[in-house]
Design a protein around this ligand. Sequence first.
Ligand code: F6R
Length: 251
Amino acid sequence: MSNVEFRRFDTPEAVSVAVASHVLDMVRRQPAATLGLATGKTFVPIYAELVRQVGAQGISFATATSFNLDEYVGLERDHPASFRAYMVEHLFRHIDMPAEQGRLPDVEGDLNAACERFEAAIAAQGGIDLQLLGIGQNGHIGFNEPGSAFDSRTRVVELAQSTIDANTSDFPDGQTPPTQAVTMGIGTILEAREIVLVAIGANKANALHEAFCKPASTACPASALNSHPKVTVFCDAAAAKMLPAEGPAHT
Ligand code: F6R
């Protein structure tokens, strides 16, 4: 039986406040926490709210560590649409976490060796305490596209055309995202002690329905989360519109 808990909010703003507060509760309780971080449009207002709360409450990330889910392969090092640039812009430059404690998958040189190093670094850190996830319209988590094995590890993947289309607006005019990325695997993600998945907007409603209202299947990568003991889905009313009104879902 799935233990997934749902927290529904009327507005995207309320989701951002709740997710930011949840992350900061963890950092307050456990200053040396290891966080798994996500990028994407969903997390822009969440990091803005987190930075606001950090400033207002004086919370330190000096002993925290983070590992991002994914990074594109093939962008030049300081490309503005890289996930490293995103993290610096939206979070890292605003908090006191030393730069070397904020890691993203390495996408230069021997990629298979880099993926193994990333997994080893997570393990050396004692694993991830709290993993943040968005969800793709096709149900992807990280860049684990439909068909990804539930025991997959950090690796090079080909992006689905729908993912490339959804992310093209993040790139300067005339440019499209690379076709490849490095992503934590679904198996890697499932080893996090706690997982928070965030879904905002009507275009995520079907993905939530496929993930949490149907039997788990590799056709919907997020459905792997049903087997995890501690997952909370934070969503707005638009994203929740295909979830049952009754049942395990509650605020
Ligand atoms: C980002 C990531 C992706 C996104 C997903 C949703 O690091 O791993 O799985 O979370 O594509 O993206 P947005 O939030 O742009 O809809």
